[in-house]
Structure formats: structure tokens, C-alpha cells
Write a protein that binds this ligand. Structure first.
Ligand SMILES: [Fe+2]
Length: 241
């Protein structure tokens, strides 16, 4: 039995553009469990100036999802966080505890617009570090300014930023530009954590086995263990990766 931990998943029902209802959430839980995922951090979107779900509602729904998860497996663990859309005000929202860190740790999952300028991303993440947070850049493969910009990514890692890649992005085959980019990111050791970024039980389902096979064949099982269990477990324990 594999023990993968998914730190990026839109599994709470009807709170963002992820799961639309509890039925879909249940299906997502079943799929995730079949794929060997035993812990999930639910990460609904949060953006300053956006209509964010009420935190009490998130906690209430978290408990419902936890109950469903227990029906599948007694030890199935569901935690809560946010996927934060970066803006200068996000720090204030974090400090006032309106926006959530990942599972109550110092780690935060942060995203930017895919066409955001490199300096905006780097400076923004640096500011979060200065305030004592440990930022994980969501789906590092998605940003135009980071395409083939390995030095740019490395510079952010040197500052203390962690990189999360969506595991499905590597499954496109050799002709696929994004999959090729993902292989390079893995090869150059620029990824700390793999996640599903699942949004539903069909198009963007919490499936990881196909991606795992691609990485295992090319880079070995140890790397999978590191990116889906060891590092994610350190994150959950609030330890440095
Ligand atoms: Fe996401």
C-alpha cells in the first residue's frame, strides 16, 4: 500500500471551482484512495478582493469530508489550507488568519497569474519569506516566465521557496511541450513536491499513478518517495524540507 500525500487538491464541495457537490467529493476521495493517496490537504482558492468562502463554512465542510474519508479508510487524513492568489495584501490576510496556511503549518501554497512577470513572482515570494512563511509555488510548470528559466527557478529556491509541480503535467508524452518542460524540472532537481491540483472526479481527477510511472521509469522510485511522501510529510509536520 502506497502512502502518498497530496498537498494541493480542490476537494471541498461547492466552495470554489473544484468539486461541485458532496457526491463528486466522495468520488474524488475514492479515486485518490485507489491511487494510493492517504492524506490530502484541501486547498480552496483564496484571493484578496475575490468572493472567498467563509472560513466557518470551510471548517464545517472539512468535517463532512473527513467523515466520508473515514468511511473509505479509518486512517484517511484530510487537512485544510488555501491556494493563495498572490497580491500585496495577502500577507495581512494571513496575519489576520482570514487566509489559511497549509494544515496550520508555516507552509503556504501560492499561485500567480500564468503570465505574471518574473520579478513580481520572485519579489512576492521573498516578501512572504521575510514574514516567516514558507511559500510553496503552486504548479511551477505553468508560468511563462519560468519556461526553460531554470536559473530563475533556482534563484527562488535559494531564497527558500519550494516548488510544487502538478503530477499530471508530466504525462503528455515526448511531443508535448509542457511534459518536456516538466521532465527538465525534475531532472534539474527543481521540484520539491508533486500534487494533483484535482478539481473534479473526471477531467482533473486526483490521479497520480500514470505520472508516477513516468517518473519512476526515468528517475527511479526513490524520487517518487521523496516528492510524494518524505517532503510532503515534512510539510505536514511543519519541518523544513
Ligand atoms: Fe489549484
Amino acid at each position: 500500500m502506497n502512502q502518498w500525500i497530496d498537498i494541493h487538491c480542490h476537494i471541498l464541495p461547492a466552495v470554489d471551482n473544484g468539486s461541485v457537490n458532496m457526491k463528486q467529493t466522495k468520488n474524488m476521495l475514492k479515486i485518490a484512495h485507489e491511487e494510493g493517496i492517504h492524506s490530502i490537504i484541501a486547498t480552496p482558492h483564496y484571493g484578496v478582493g475575490c468572493r472567498n468562502p467563509d472560513q466557518e463554512e470551510l471548517k464545517r465542510k472539512l468535517e463532512l469530508v473527513r467523515e466520508e474519508a473515514k468511511q473509505i479508510d479509518e486512517s484517511f487524513c484530510i487537512e485544510l489550507g488555501n491556494e493563495l492568489y498572490f497580491s500585496d495584501d495577502i500577507i495581512e490576510h494571513l496575519r489576520k488568519k482570514k487566509a489559511l496556511t497549509l494544515a496550520g503549518t508555516r507552509y503556504i501554497l501560492v499561485e500567480f497569474a500564468s503570465d505574471e512577470a518574473y520579478n513580481t513572482i520572485k519579489t512576492g515570494l521573498h516578501r512572504l519569506l521575510i514574514y516567516g512563511y514558507l511559500p510553496v509555488l503552486a504548479h511551477v510548470e505553468n508560468y511563462e516566465c519560468l519556461y526553460q528559466n531554470y536559473e530563475g527557478i533556482y534563484d527562488m529556491i535559494r531564497l527558500g521557496v519550494y516548488m510544487q509541480m502538478n503530477i499530471s503535467s508530466i504525462t503528455g508524452g515526448y511531443a508535448n511541450r509542457r511534459a518536456g518542460h516538466c521532465r527538465k524540472l525534475i531532472e534539474y532537481e527543481l521540484v520539491h513536491i508533486l500534487g494533483t491540483d484535482a478539481h473534479s472526479d473526471y477531467v482533473r481527477a486526483p490521479r497520480i499513478m500514470e505520472g508516477i510511472e513516468v517518473i519512476r521509469k526515468k528517475y527511479g522510485a526513490d524520487l517518487i518517495q521523496k516528492l510524494l511522501t518524505e517532503n510532503t510529510n515534512k510539510l505536514l509536520q511543519n519541518q523544513y524540507i
